[in-house]
Design a protein around this ligand. Structure first.
Ligand code: SF4
Length: 118
């Protein structure tokens, strides 16, 4: 899958979620459905290229863009949910939930190791 296609999917993904209930960023005791929680995603206010860096961008520029994206994620009220979903679908591209693709793979390896040792 190309990164360009990933960006299109990212937008469509945000537009078509429904039926999933998550904590409300405004009131942790309340629940909102996923259509609503995507409305709280801070990345919606930014160009998708920042979170899914296009092919052909130099490694140093890619690192800088991903660092900026991760900084935005750190203050995002739906970060945990975003990361959970990216992990669940094995997302291979972009920054989701504050982690880039390699960091998510590393997290998955650690989780698998914990499951094996328990
Ligand atoms: S955690 Fe980051 S990628 Fe996920 S919705 Fe928030 S800003 Fe977007």
């Amino acid at each position: 899958m190309t990164v360009g296609l990933m960006r299109i999917i990212r937008r469509a993904d945000a537009d078509h979620r429904s039926g999933v209930v998550v904590p409300s960023p405004d009131d942790p005791g309340a629940r909102v459905d996923a259509t609503s929680w995507w409305e709280y995603a801070l990345c919606r206010a930014w160009d998708a290229d920042l979170f899914c860096v296009p092919d052909g961008v130099s490694p140093s520029r890619k690192r800088a863009q991903e660092k900026k994206a991760k900084g935005i994620c750190q203050t995002c009220p739906v970060r945990e949910r975003c990361l959970d979903e990216a992990m669940a679908r094995g997302e291979q591209y972009g920054v989701w939930g504050g982690l880039d693709a390699e960091e998510r793979r590393e997290l998955e390896r650690r989780r698998r190791g914990l499951r094996r040792s328990s």
